[in-house]
Design a protein around this ligand. Structure first.
Ligand SMILES: Cc1cc2nc3c(=O)[nH]c(=O)nc-3n(C[C@H](O)[C@H](O)[C@H](O)COP(=O)(O)OP(=O)(O)OC[C@H]3O[C@@H](n4cnc5c(N)ncnc54)[C@H](O)[C@@H]3O)c2cc1C
Length: 451
């Protein structure tokens, strides 16, 4: 087999995994990342003597692809399974929300609906045939089978918090994916939940991948934004390389792992309009996360869903109610999470402005909260935080093999029926590497021509 020269755009988990797999197949890989560090949405920053994700991260029991990758990279034992404390803020009260007993104590619902909500979790965790659920929106399914009280007090505010004006269109398959995955991390008669966190943050996974790639001779370039795809002058539907701000690099195959709108920005005009339309059709919600380093703990909950749309955020994730504060020099690390459209004023706010907006509402969670507790405030933005998956999405997923010969796409729009996550980006990276390897090897109809 002739080794192919493969250019991968994007150094997140999809791009790095694809590079690693293609290198194992014997190809020459180059990874081009726009920013100054690896890891994409799972990248980390130094904080309190260690590292932590810009955006709160953990793994579930069903995340077999990334867990398998960690084993293969020799870091499978550097993972801790920690009991998580999930809570639900409603009408001035924080409720535990993990076990069936917690649900039975959830006073905002009448007793009948508490049992019904528990049955909803149990039922959806058993369902494998998600195709039945994709024709109906989450809102309509809940209203039809669970009733108005469960919709208005539990799911409605959460869906609106995450998807804003698009909430009513979100498919039931998306919600099924969320509930199914959580079931995989529950154990024992009390159904407590254990989630995994790498010792030393997700950085250890990113580093292990980078070290393997470096050892295999991969060409790894950060601060290399791809601004254009190059096509063959004689065949505008064949991609032959990329242009970065620094140079033009020829490739036999280009794999884009970037959000759909980024691909549209760099794609040549010869990209088929039908394919471009699929890329344009799925909106993304941006994530805006305010990280606080605090002298004191805000609550006893790790993951608090905020089901109150008078609060200006959707989640409070107190990381140090999961990984102990002793690992952060005794400080408490709290993420205040929001999913927004990019034209929302909160998307433009600086950390201090967001904090001013949020602080009175943190007092609603803990009346003794005081701004003096906060030693550091940093805000992070993920522009493509969450694709909005609507009904019958299985019929509109863009193909990995794009209509441009030699160009492949592997991004979060192609994760379905599950919700996006590092585990599925690892799966994407593996799948795309297998596909590219086969196409390069078998000279099939889509085989990119080697230069
Ligand atoms: C708030 C939040 C919380 C999350 N929590 C979890 C969690 O708990 N567990 C979990 O598993 N997952 C979580 N995720 C999701 C997970 O981080 C992502 O799904 C995953 O990291 C996506 O990887 P990716 O490689 O597909 O894409 P990305 O990580 O987005 O990688 C794409 C890369 O392409 C680069 N790029 C873009 N344009 C260009 C260009 N023109 N040229 C070169 N490079 C370019 C980007 O800079 C980026 O590094 C969370 C995400 C968010 C936003």
């Amino acid at each position: 087999m002739n080794p192919g020269r493969i250019g991968i755009i994007g150094g997140g988990y999809a791009g790095l995994t694809a590079a690693y797999e293609l290198q194992k197949q014997g190809h020459d890989v180059t990874v081009l990342e726009k920013y100054g560090q690896w890891g994409g949405q799972a990248a980390t920053l130094p904080l309190m003597g260690t590292r932590i994700e810009y955006f709160y991260h953990h793994l579930f029991g069903s995340d077999t692809h990334i867990l398998g990758l960690m084993d293969e990279l020799g870091i499978g034992d550097q993972l801790r399974w920690i009991e998580s404390k999930v809570g639900f803020y409603y009408d001035g009260q924080v409720y535990d929300f993990v076990t069936p007993f917690d649900l039975l104590r959830f006073r905002p619902l009448n007793l009948f609906n508490r049992v019904k909500l528990g049955m909803m979790y149990l039922y959806l965790q058993q369902v494998d045939d998600w195709q039945r659920l994709e024709q109906i929106s989450a809102r309509d399914w809940i209203l039809r089978y669970m009733g108005r009280q469960i919709y208005e007090k539990v799911w409605g505010p959460l869906l609106r918090g995450k998807f804003g004006d698009l909430a009513d269109q979100v498919s039931m398959t998306w919600l099924w994916g969320k509930i199914k995955v959580r079931g995989s991390s529950r154990q024992g008669a009390t159904a407590t939940e254990k989630l995994a966190y790498p010792l030393g943050s997700f950085e250890i996974i990113t580093r292990a991948l980078i070290e393997r790639l470096e050892a295999g001779g991969a060409d790894l370039r950060t601060n290399h934004e791809v601004i254009e795809l190059v096509t063959d002058p004689l065949d505008p539907c064949r991609v032959t390389g990329v242009v970065t701000k620094k140079e033009t690099i020829p490739f036999d195959v280009v794999i884009a792992t970037v959000p759909a709108y980024n691909l549209l920005e760099i794609a040549p005009p010869s990209l088929d309009e039908g394919y471009a339309e699929l890329l344009r059709a799925v909106p993304y919600q941006a994530a805006v996360v305010l990280l606080l380093v605090s002298k004191k703990s805000l609550s006893r909950i790790y993951w608090m869903n905020i089901a109150d749309r008078t609060m200006p955020y959707v989640g409070v994730i107190e990381h140090t109610n999961y990984v102990p504060p002793s690992e952060y020099q005794g400080r408490h690390v709290i993420y205040i999470s929001n999913y927004l459209e990019r034209d929302d004023p909160r998307y433009q706010m600086r950390a201090n402005e967001l904090f001013e907006l949020y602080a009175p509402h943190l007092k609603r969670i803990n009346p003794s909260f005081d701004s003096d507790w906060i030693e550091k405030k940093i805000v992070f933005h993920a522009e493509a935080g969450q694709p909005v998956i609507t009904c019958n999405y299985s019929q509109r997923i863009p193909e990995h093999r794009t209509p441009l010969q030699g160009l492949y796409l592997a991004n979060t729009l192609q994760i379905y029926p599950e919700d996006r996550g590092t585990n599925y980006s690892v799966r994407l990276g593996r799948n795309i590497a297998r596909m590219v390897g086969e196409d390069l090897g078998n000279g099939g109809p889509y085989a990119p021509r080697l230069a």
